[in-house]
Design a protein around this ligand. Sequence first.
Ligand code: NAD
Length: 295
Amino acid sequence: MSERLSGHTLLVSLIATPIRHSLSPKMHNEAYAKLGLDYAYLAFEVGNEELADAVQGIRALGIRGSNVSMPNKQAIIPYLDELSPAAELVGAVNTVVNKDGKGHLVGHCTDGTGAVRALAAEGVDVKDQVITLAGAGGAGTAIAIQLGLDGAKEVRIFNIKDKCYENAEQTVEKLNTRTQTKATLNDLEDTEAFYQSIAESSIFIDATGVGMKPLEGQKLINDPAVIRPDLVVFDVVYSPAETELLRFAKEHGAKKAINGIGMMIYQGAEAFKLHTGEDMPVDYIRELFFGDDAK
Ligand code: NAD
């Protein structure tokens, strides 16, 4: 890796806290090395308090771009010069591009495109589809908005009545007024309505994190009759690679049971493209990081 670095090396940052556990630096640096790109990717512990200075640092140092994670995904917006349509609608940014390295910072949100590309890679097209989506927190909102931008016929959001419910109401409003997609919101506790919605959908997306620690072993669907041979089940969780929901979906013959590894890789690949103009070698990265789990 150090052999690659030179006086011309372009830097991409990741600003968040806590961030040392993140897979992103290794993912991006491995991809730069594989393609022989003169880039380096480094993580910086940055919270809301340091954010303004960090963004100025990106401008001052000509850092090519950055990824952004919690707690900065929303807080960074006032410091940027421009937002992509998806970032503007989602109200969150996970990728910043320093246009031509000249200090004009554009915010993007690649979580939703990552999810849609992960589905497309499995042969699943969201256009004109009726889709039930559980959970409209950070990941769910990005996915809901992207489904709207990519022409889904209906997005039916189900959320428990927690702090995310109000955000889900706003997401539904945005989808109904700013895209061609019809959106609705219901209480996830209303199991009858939830199962009925899935019965009328071709794709079910779980963006709640149920099935991951500390809710490992739990799942939102408990009636085998809900799983049909023409239903695609997509769980955004990538660890474990097979959640209880995906195990149940496979056992009862769902058309596809897709985990969050593809979403994770493709959101990174979208950022990689924005920062370098090159396509991330996704198959190489998938194999390197996830091996058999990704299959
Ligand atoms: P968040 O806290 O912003 O949202 C959580 C959502 O789940 C909310 O809608 C909340 O109402 C709902 N929820 C919480 N507890 C619940 C419960 N017990 N039952 C039903 N619903 C419940 O979190 P987030 O950042 O959106 O992350 C959600 C999941 O998505 C996590 O598992 C995270 O790892 C995963 N994720 C995956 C990727 C990827 O690339 N694959 C990217 C981002 C997030």
